[in-house]
Design a protein around this ligand. Structure first.
Ligand code: BES
Ligand code: ZN
Ligand code: ZN
Length: 467
C-alpha cells in the first residue's frame, strides 16, 4: 500500500485538502481567513478546484460534484500536484455528504497504486492522510481501504508476468491471499483435473510445459443472507499465445500476460468480500493455464470432450478462453447457485466494440431486481456495463459438422458467439462479463495506471455489499 490513512481529531500537518461545494458553510469559514480570501474569488471565477502553495504548505480546494466519477478524477489531479510538490502528508477537511467525500478519497487512494516489484530503484511515495472527523465514519473508511486493497491485488496479479505467475504459482498465491483475508482455498492439480475429465482446461494446457490448476475459493459467513451461493467464475489464462493458431507477435501478444484478468477480478473480489466479512455466501472458481503451441498442443480440427460431456471441434486454438471457462461453468452447477457471474478477457471483438470505457455483458434470464442492482453498481463505481443480446440465431453459428459444437462463431458478433458458447454450459441464472477492453491499459487514464486495472472488483464489492 502506498498510503496510510486514518481518522483523526486534529491534523498533524498543515497541508490541507478542503472538500467543499459552492454553497457550503466551510467555504465561508475558509473565506473569512485572511490568507485564504484570495481563494474565494479564484473559486468563484473558475468554478474549478484550485490550490495555494506558499513553498511549504498547500491549501487545496476541491469543488465536489454530484457525479462521483468527477470527484475521483479531481482526486487524481490533486494526487499529481502533491507528488510534483513532493507533499506526502495531508489532512482532508470536509462537511459534505459522505458519498461525495468517499468518491474523492477513493480516487486519491486508487491514484497511489504502483507496481515496482521488478525495479531496482523504485520511487516509493507513501501518502499519509489524516481524515478529519465528519469526513467519513470508521466503517466507511474501513470499507474504502479494503476496496482499494482488493483492487490492488487484482492489479498486481495482472501486472505479474507469466515468467512468475504460472498456473501452479498462481494457485499458491491465491492460497496465501485466502489465509490473509480469511476465505477457504482448494486447489485441484493436473492429476485431479484429469480425474474429473475437465477436457476444456486439459486441451488448452496440452501444448504447455506448465501444469494447469483449478482453484475453488469460498467465503461462507455464519449468517449469510443467501441460502444458495453466488458463484464467481474467472478466466485465468496466464499467457495467451493463441496456441497453434498463433497470434502475430507484435501488439497482439505483448500484453497477453493479462489474459488472466477475469480470474484476478474473482480473486480480488473474494479477498474484499472476506475482509469486509460481507454477509453473503460467495464461491469463486478459476481455471488456470497458459495457452501455447507445443509438440503436443491441441490442433485446429481436433475434437475434444468437455467436462460436461459435450464434444467440441476446436477450429481455432486462440478461442481458448471459452474452453477453460466452460469447464468451470459446468462445475458451478453442483452448487445449485442462486446465480453465476463469469469474468473474462474473452474476445477482441468486445474491446473493438466499446473499448476500455466499459464492460460488455450478456447472460441468461435473471431476477430483475438483481440485474437492476448490478447496473446501478456499474454506474456508481463507474465500472459501467452494456448488455449485448443473446438471440438464438447467434447460437446457430456454433454448430459443427462433426461435433456437438465448434469453438468458433461466424463473421460477426464475436463477443456474442463467445457468450452463446458459454451459455451451453449453464443451467442457472447467469451473467457473463467480457472485460477484454477495460482490463489492461497501455497508457494511464486519471486514477488508473498503465497495466492492469482490476476492473470488476469495485463493481462486485459494491454489488455484494448491497445484496
Ligand atoms: N485473450 C483473447 C482475447 C483478447 C484480445 C483479450 C485482446 C484482450 C485483448 C482471446 O483468447 C482470443 O484470442 N480471442 C479471439 C477469438 C477468436 C479466435 C474467435 C479473438 O478475440 O480474436
Ligand atoms: Zn486466445
Ligand atoms: Zn485468451
Amino acid at each position: 500500500m502506498n498510503f496510510k490513512i486514518q481518522i483523526s481529531k486534529k491534523s498533524k500537518t498543515e497541508n490541507q485538502i478542503f472538500l467543499i461545494n459552492k454553497e457550503s458553510k466551510l467555504k465561508d469559514i475558509i473565506s473569512n481567513d485572511k490568507t485564504l480570501k484570495k481563494v474565494k474569488s479564484l473559486l468563484n471565477k473558475s468554478n474549478k478546484s484550485t490550490y495555494l502553495f506558499d513553498g511549504e504548505k498547500i491549501s487545496y480546494f476541491v469543488l465536489l460534484d454530484s457525479k462521483l466519477e468527477t470527484n475521483r478524477i479531481q482526486a487524481s489531479n490533486c494526487f499529481k500536484t502533491l507528488t510534483q510538490l513532493k507533499i506526502d502528508s495531508i489532512a482532508i477537511v470536509s462537511e459534505e455528504k459522505a458519498d461525495l467525500n468517499y468518491s474523492f478519497l477513493e480516487g486519491l487512494l486508487l491514484s497511489t497504486y504502483t507496481f515496482n516489484k521488478y525495479k531496482k530503484e523504485a520511487k516509493e511515495f507513501v501518502l499519509n492522510i489524516d481524515v478529519l472527523e465528519k469526513v467519513l465514519s470508521k466503517d466507511e473508511l474501513n470499507t474504502l481501504q479494503i476496496n482499494v486493497e482488493a483492487n490492488s491485488i487484482a492489479k498486481d496479479l495482472v501486472n505479474e508476468p507469466q515468467s512468475y505467475l504460472n498456473a501452479v504459482q498462481y494457485a499458491a498465491d491465491i492460497k496465501a491471499l485466502g489465509k490473509d483475508a480469511g476465505f477457504d482455498v482448494t486447489i485441484f492439480d493436473k492429476k485431479k483435473i484429469e480425474k474429473l475429465k475437465m477436457g476444456g482446461i486439459l486441451a488448452v494446457n496440452k501444448g504447455s510445459i506448465q501444469e494447469p490448476t483449478f482453484v475453488i475459493m469460498e467465503h461462507k459467513p455464519a449468517k449469510a443472507l443467501n441460502k444458495k451461493p453466488i458463484v464467481l467464475v474467472g478466466k485465468g489464462v496466464t499467457y495467451d499465445t493463441g496456441g497453434l493458431s498463433l497470434k502475430p507477435t507484435a501488439n497482439s501478444m505483448d500484453f497477453m500476460k493479462s489474459d488472466m484478468g477475469g480470474s484476478a477480478t474473482v480473486v480480488g473480489t473474494m479477498y474484499g468480500a472476506a475482509k469486509m466479512n460481507l454477509p453473503v455466501h460467495v464461491i469463486g472458481l478459476v481455471s488456470l493455464t497458459d495457452n501455447r503451441p507445443g509438440l503436443d498442443a491441441v490442433a485446429p480440427g481436433d475434437v475434444i470432450t468437455m467436462y460436461s460431456g459435450d464434444s467440441v471441434e476446436v477450429l481455432n486454438t486462440d478461442a481458448e478462453g471459452r474452453l477453460v471457462l466452460a469447464d468451470a461453468l459446468h462445475y458451478a452447477k453442483k452448487y445449485k447457485p442462486e446465480f453465476v457471474f463469469d469474468f473474462a478477457t474473452l474476445t477482441g471483438a468486445s474491446a473493438a466494440a466499446i473499448g476500455p470505457q466499459g464492460t460488455v455483458c450478456m447472460g441468461n434470464e435473471m431476477n430483475e431486481k438483481t440485474k437492476e442492482k448490478l447496473f446501478k453498481s456499474g454506474i456508481k463505481t463507474h465500472e459501467r456495463l452494456v448488455e449485448f443480446p443473446m438471440w438464438d440465431e447467434y447460437g446457430e453459428l456454433l454448430k459443427s459438422e462433426i461435433a456437438d459444437y465448434k469453438n468458433l462463431g461466424g463473421p460477426y458478433g464475436g463477443s456474442i458467439t463467445a457468450g452463446k458458447f458459454l451459455q451451453v454450459f449453464t443451467d442457472y441464472p447467469w451473467m457473463h462479463f467480457d472485460i477484454a477492453g477495460p482490463a489492461y491499459l497501455k497508457a494511464p487514464v486519471n486514477y488508473k495506471q498503465y497495466g492492469g486495472t482490476g476492473v470488476g472488483v469495485r463493481l462486485m464489492l459494491d454489488f455484494l455489499s448491497n445484496y
